[in-house]
Design a protein around this ligand. Sequence first.
Ligand code: MAN
Length: 522
Amino acid sequence: MKFYSKWDNGLNSVLLILSSFVIYVQSDVPRPRGVSLSKASLYSPNKDFTCFDGTVTLPFSYVNDDYCDCFDGSDEPGTSACLNGIFHCTNAGHRPQNIPSSRVNDGVCDCCDGTDEYAVPNSCANTCEELGKEARAEAQRLAELHKAGSHLRQELIEKGNKKRNEMAEQLSQLERDKADAEKIKLEKESIKNEIENKENEALKVYREAEEKEKQKKAEEEKEKSRKESIEQFERFDSNNDGLLTSDEIATANVFDKNKDGQVDEEEIKYFFGDSENVDKESFVTKTWPLLKPLLMMEQGMFRPMQDNEESDHDTDEEANHDLDNEDQGSEDDNLDADLSIDDNEEHEIESDTTSKYDEETQKLINEATEARKQFSDAERTVREIDSNIRNIQQNLEKDYGLQQEFATLDGQCFEYEDKEYVYKLCMFQKVTQKSKNSGSEIGLGNWGEWAGDDNKYSVMKYTNGVACWNGPNRLTVVNVHCGLETKLLSVTEPYRCEYKIDLSTPAACDGSNTAQQQHDEL
Ligand code: MAN
C-alpha cells in the first residue's frame, strides 16, 4: 500500500519527494526540510527515525517521503502529507516561523523566505530582509517607548506602594476603631438594658392599672348591655309572665327583619331558635345580640355595611361584637402603643408634654429613650466601620500588578467615543456603554481578573455585564499596552456583545524590555 502509493505518483511528484528527502543544509546544521534548528538532532541520517510520540521507528529514508507514517506527523515536516505536521521556516533576517504543513506547496507564500513553496522554484520572493528591517524598527520604537514609559511606571509603582501602605494603615486603624466602637456598643447596651428594666418596672404599675380599667369598662359594658336587654325583654313581655312568645313580638316592628309588615315564622325562628318562646336569660344571651343591631338601626344609631364596603364581619353576631367594642377599640390601641416596650430601637415611648405618667416614671421613659438612641447610634457606628473595613480589605486583595504599578489607577475612569456610543472604563470597577441617541447606559462588564497568556498583566477581563438580547452577558477584554499616557486607544465589538478595548498606560511599560532583547528575538 505504502510503496504502491509512492510509485503511483507522476514524475513531478517523484522529483518533489526527492527534493524533500534530500538533506537540506541551512545555517550550517544539516537537517531535513521543514525542521527547526532546535529539533535538528532528532533527525539523524545515520539512524532510524523515531516518531516524536515514540510509537513508531522508521528507516530514515521514510522522513519527508510524502507519506505520513507517524501519528503526530513528525516524519513529514517538509511535505503536506501529514494533516497535523508542522513546517518550520528559518526566515533568515526576520523571525523564524512554524506553519501547519498543509500549507506547504499550496501556492500561497506563507514564509517570508519562500521555503514553504519549493515545488515551483522562485515562486515566492524572499522578503525577510525587508520585513525584518521593519520589525526591528518597530522593536526599536517599542523599546524606546518602554524605556521612556518606565520612568512614569516607576512613579506609579511608588505611588501604588504608598497607597497600599496607607490602606494597610487605614485598615489597622479601623480595626482599632472597631474594637473601641464594639466596647462602646456593649456599654450602651448594658446602660439601655438597665434603664429599660427600671422603665418596665415603673410602667408595670400603669399597665396593670390600664388592664384593670379595661376589665372594669368591659364589665360595665356587659352590665349595661344586660340591663338594656332586660329592659327590652320587659318591654316586649307584655303579660309580664317572664316568657317572650311569638304573639308578643308579632307586632313589634324591630323583629320584622325584612320589613314586610309582619313578623313571620322565619323571623321568629331567627330570634327564638327552635323554641316557641324565650325566657329572660335566653333573651339576654341569645336573642339580644341578634336584636340589638336592628334596634340600633331603627334608632338611627347604626348603619349596616353596604355590599361594596369592605368588611371582615359577615354575621350579625360579629357585627354586634364590633359595636360593643367600637368606642373602646381606639383607646385600647393607644394603651398598647403607649405601654408596650421592646428592644426595637424604632419603637420609642413618646414623651409628650401632657404626660399621663408621674414625674419619676416620665423621667425614666426619657432616660430609656435616650439610652435606646445612644445604643442604636453605637450600633450604627460599628456597622459603618465594618463596611469601611470590608471595602479596604477588598481593595487590598486586588491584584495591582507585581509591583503595585496599577494600584493608583483603581477607580480612575477613561472614556472613548465612536459614532454611536460613549464607552467608559473605570479601572478595576466596570465598563459601560452609553448610546449617544437614547442616553441609556449599559454595563459591559465588572472587574473580573487579569487574563494575559505570556504576561498575565497584559489583558484585563471585565465580565458579567448586562445580558445581551437573546444571548449571554456582555463582557469586555482590555488589552493593556505600554504608552506614556493612560488612555483608551480604541473600542470595538468584534463579536456581538463582546467588546475589546485597547488601553495604553505607563504601568505596562517595562524598561527591561530593551531594543537589544527584542532584536535578539528576531
Ligand atoms: C446594544 C449595544 C450593542 C449590542 C446590541 C446587542 O445596541 O449594546 O453594542 O451589539 O445592544 O443587541
